[in-house]
Design a protein around this ligand. Structure first.
Ligand SMILES: [Zn+2]
Length: 568
C-alpha cells in the first residue's frame, strides 16, 4: 500500500503541469444614456399613473396592515432589499460577481470618458463603475454565455411591489455596445410598497420572464426571469437600479431620483433602498472548482460564445485530469493552495496559484494531474479555502457503483456513487459538519439516518456520470425513527410516457406527501398517498408535464425519499 502510494505520488509529481494562462473575463457593462433613462423613468411614471386610473395599482401596504395583523415595523422590514439573484439549481458556488456599481459622480461632465477615474465615484469612494452608470451590474459565472443558455442564474424581486413595466421580445446575446433597439432589453420595473420607489431589472433572457403582467403584485424573492444580455449590454449581467418616481415636483417635470442601494463612505443610503445584507465591497469567493477530461477552453473575447469544456467527474485507467478554478475579488495578492485528496483523506497532490493583478474575476491557470491504477478507487475531493470558507468539488476515480454508508460522519466531505447511496449515517449538529451525498439515480435515507440541527446536509442528484442536469437539496434537519421500516420504493416504467406506477411494499408510514419537482426545483405536482397494510401503491398521471427529468419526493413520518423520474 505504501509502495503504491509512493509511485502514484511520483506520477502525480511528473504529471502535475500547469496549463493555460490566467484570464480575466471582460466585465460586462451596459449603457443607458441619461436622456434615455429620463425618458424611460417618465414612461414608467406615466404607466404607473395609468394603472392607478384603471384601479390596477394595489400595494400590500398600509390599508392591509390591520387585516393581516402585521406591524408597521414588520412591513418596513419586508421592504428591505433582498439580493436580486439566485442560482436556479443547488450549487456550492455563488453564480455571480459585481462588475460595476452606481456612479455617484453622475453629473461630472458627460463627455463620454466613461472610465476616467476623475469622473466616477462608487459608494466606497472608489471607481468600480463608469461615468453615468445608474445601477449595479452583476455578472454571472463561471462561464457567462453558458450560464445564460442554461438559465443558471435567476433574477428575483429584491422587494415586493407591483409590476408597472414589463418588456420582452428582444434579442438577448449582445456582446458589444450599440445595435439594440432598446437599451434596457427584456426588463421589468416593480414599484415597491412605499408607492414611490421603483426597482428596475434589465437585460434578461427573452422568453424567460415571469408570466405576470403589469398591475400584478410580486412578492419579495419571486422569480422574474433569467440573466442574459439583451439591450445595450456587452455580456450577460443583471442591471439592477432604483429610482424614486414621485417627489415634490414644483415644475411638473420631475422624472425620478436615482438611488444607490449600497451604503458606504460616499453614500449615506436611504431606508427604502437598503439591502438587508449588503455584500462587502471586496467579497472574495471561489466561483468554481472543476474537473475535465481534456484541457478546457476559455472565451477568447466578449463575443466568443461557444467553448469546449470537456467536463468530467469520473475517471478510470491512466487518465490526465484537468483541474480548473475561478475566483471573485481575489484582491489581496495572496497565494491560494488547491488540494486534491484521496478517498482515504490523504493528500494526492496540491498546487498554488497567485493572482498577478487586481482582477475581480479570474480563472487561475489550470493544472493537469495524472491518475493511474495505483491510485485509490472512490471519491476524491478537490478543495480550496478562501476568506475562511472551504469550497470543494468531488469526482471519482474508478467510481463505486453503490455505497452503503453508516456510522458517525463529521467534517467536510462528500460521497459519490454512479448509481445510488443508502445511508444510515449520523451527522451531529456542528456547523463544521458539511456533508454532501452525490448520486446519479437516488439517495435513500434509511431508518437510523440523522442529520442534526446545526449541521449542513445536502443530497445531490449529480453523480459519477454527470447524468442529471440538475441537483436538488435536502437541506435538512431530519430524524428518522429507528423502528420504522424503509424499504425499496419502486417507480415504473422509468423512463415513462406519463403514467407512472408507484409501488412501496413496506412503506413504514401511513401517509406520505408526494411532490414532483422540475429541474428548477419548482413543485409541479403534489398529492397525499395513504398506505394500507403497509403497502403504498398508486398510479401517478403525469401526462400533462413536459418531457424531461423530474424528482419524485416522498415525505412522511419525518423521512424523505427521492427518486429521479424521466418523462419522454
Ligand atoms: Zn448597468
Amino acid at each position: 500500500m505504501r509502495y503504491n502510494l509512493k509511485i502514484s505520488l511520483l506520477l502525480a509529481a511528473i504529471m502535475a503541469i500547469a496549463t493555460g494562462y490566467p484570464q480575466q473575463e471582460s466585465r460586462p457593462g451596459c449603457l443607458i444614456t441619461p436622456d434615455e433613462m429620463r425618458a424611460y423613468t417618465d414612461e414608467v411614471r406615466m404607466q404607473t399613473d395609468a394603472l392607478k386610473q384603471a384601479d390596477k395599482l394595489h400595494f400590500y401596504p398600509v390599508e392591509r396592515l390591520d387585516a393581516d395583523s402585521i406591524s408597521i415595523e414588520k412591513f418596513l422590514d419586508l421592504n428591505y432589499l433582498g439580493w436580486p439573484l439566485r442560482n436556479a439549481n443547488y450549487s456550492d458556488f455563488p453564480g455571480w460577481a459585481i462588475g460595476n456599481f452606481v456612479d455617484l459622480d453622475y453629473y461630472s461632465d458627460g463627455d463620454e470618458d466613461y472610465f476616467e477615474d476623475s469622473e466616477t465615484e462608487d459608494y466606497e469612494c472608489g471607481h468600480r463603475t463608469y461615468d453615468g452608470h445608474q445601477g449595479i451590474d452583476i455578472g454571472i459565472h463561471p462561464y457567462h454565455w453558458k450560464a445564460q443558455d442554461d438559465g443558471a442564474v435567476e433574477v428575483v424581486a429584491a422587494a415586493s411591489g407591483v409590476i408597472v413595466d414589463k418588456r420582452e421580445g428582444y434579442y438577448d446575446e449582445y456582446c458589444v455596445w450599440g445595435g439594440a433597439a432598446n437599451s434596457r432589453g427584456n426588463s421589468i420595473v416593480i414599484l415597491l410598497d412605499d408607492t414611490s420607489t421603483a426597482t428596475f431589472y434589465m437585460h434578461m433572457k427573452d422568453g424567460s420572464l415571469t408570466s405576470k403582467v403589469e398591475g400584478d403584485y410580486v412578492q419579495k424573492g419571486e422569480y422574474l426571469g433569467t440573466v442574459a444580455s439583451s439591450g445595450n449590454s456587452t455580456g450577460p449581467h443583471l442591471h439592477f437600479q432604483i429610482n424614486y418616481l414621485y417627489e415634490d415636483d414644483p415644475d411638473g417635470d420631475f422624472t425620478g431620483y436615482n438611488q444607490d442601494a449600497m451604503v458606504g463612505a460616499c453614500n449615506d443610503g436611504s431606508y427604502f433602498a437598503a439591502f438587508e445584507e449588503q455584500p462587502p465591497y471586496d467579497d472574495p469567493a471561489v466561483l468554481t472548482l472543476e474537473t475535465h477530461s481534456s484541457s478546457p477552453e476559455l472565451y477568447e473575447d466578449n463575443c466568443d460564445k461557444d467553448i469546449g469544456l470537456y467536463y468530467d467527474n469520473s475517471f478510470t485507467g491512466f487518465a490526465t485530469v484537468y483541474f480548473r478554478s475561478k475566483f471573485r475579488d481575489w484582491v489581496d495578492g495572496s497565494s491560494i493552495t488547491h488540494w486534491i485528496y484521496y478517498p482515504s483523506g490523504l493528500v494526492k497532490t496540491f498546487y498554488t496559484r497567485t493572482n498577478p493583478t487586481d482582477n475581480r474575476t479570474f480563472f487561475a491557470p489550470d493544472q493537469a494531474v495524472g491518475f493511474s491504477p495505483f491510485d485509490e478507487s472512490g471519491t476524491y475531493r478537490y478543495t480550496v479555502e478562501m476568506d475562511g470558507e472551504t469550497y470543494s468539488h468531488y469526482f471519482a476515480y474508478n467510481c463505486i457503483a453503490s455505497q452503503t454508508l453508516s456510522g458517525a460522519r463529521s467534517g467536510h466531505g462528500g460521497n459519490m456513487v454512479s448509481f445510488s447511496i443508502n445511508s444510515t449515517q449520523t451527522i451531529s449538529g456542528s456547523s463544521a459538519n458539511y456533508i454532501q451525498y452525490m448520486a446519479d439515480e437516488y439517495v435513500q435515507l434509511n431508518p437510523g439516518f440523522e442529520a442534526a440541527a446545526g449541521c449542513r446536509f445536502v443530497a445531490n442528484l449529480k453523480g459519477c456520470n454527470n447524468s442529471t442536469a440538475f441537483a436538488e437539496t435536502a437541506d435538512a434537519t431530519r430524524q428518522v425513527a429507528p423502528e420504522s421500516i424503509f424499504s425499496e420504493l419502486q417507480l415504473y416504467p422509468n423512463p415513462s410516457m406519463g403514467m407512472v406506477n408507484l409501488y412501496w411494499p413496506d412503506a413504514g408510514m401511513e401517509q406520505a406527501a408526494l411532490r414532483v419537482l422540475n429541474q428548477r426545483g419548482e413543485i409541479v405536482y403534489q398529492s397525499n398517498i395513504s398506505s394500507s397494510d403497509g403497502l403504498m401503491a398508486t398510479v401517478l398521471d403525469l401526462q400533462d408535464l413536459a418531457k424531461g427529468v423530474y424528482m419524485i419526493q416522498l415525505t412522511g413520518d419525518q423521512q424523505t425519499i427521492v427518486r429521479q423520474l424521466v418523462l419522454q
